[in-house]
Design a protein around this ligand. Structure first.
Ligand SMILES: [Fe+2]
Length: 147
């Protein structure tokens, strides 16, 4: 398969699984400042969800297909699944690591898009990287003083 298509599918799958994780943390987070993190996670998953459809359509524009099963979708992701319900601080730490990992995945996708002259896609990815960088900042700032 074309390298750019595969990197775009990986970026899509990674973004999608990150969305699912953040939304589940929004539901599961607990603690004295529950509502603050319930809202922060909502802000992040809402922003990320807003990019899912465009990401998938970019895969299709290149001629690639979106996995039609949850199993195949999960094969694309570059972030680790979470099977537990972590503590609030663990959630923040984990989402921060994921946000940094996603930026690396997106940068690979961006470089391949630029090399192929796919500037519509690279513009989209530049914005995605910037948004994930902002999420990382919010998460990092939330951890200050707690670990
Ligand atoms: Fe909710």
């Amino acid at each position: 398969m074309d390298k750019l298509i595969q990197l775009t599918r990986i970026g899509f799958g990674t973004t999608f699984s990150f969305y699912v994780k953040v939304h589940s943390f929004h539901w599961n987070v607990e603690g004295s400042d529950f509502y603050e993190y319930h809202k922060l996670f909502e802000e992040i998953y809402t922003e990320v969800y807003g990019a899912i459809d465009t990401y998938a359509e970019n895969v299709r524009k290149l001629g690639g297909y979106i996995p039609t099963s949850y199993h195949n979708l999960s094969m694309l992701t570059k972030i680790q699944d979470e099977d537990r319900v972590p503590s609030k601080d663990e959630m923040i730490q984990e989402l921060l690591q994921d946000s940094e990992r996603i930026q690396i995945v997106l940068k690979k996708n961006y470089d391949a898009a630029e090399a192929a002259g796919e500037h519509g896609l690279s513009n989209f990815l530049a914005e995605r990287m910037d948004n994930h960088r902002k999420h990382a900042w919010f998460l990092r700032a939330s951890l200050k003083g707690s670990v």
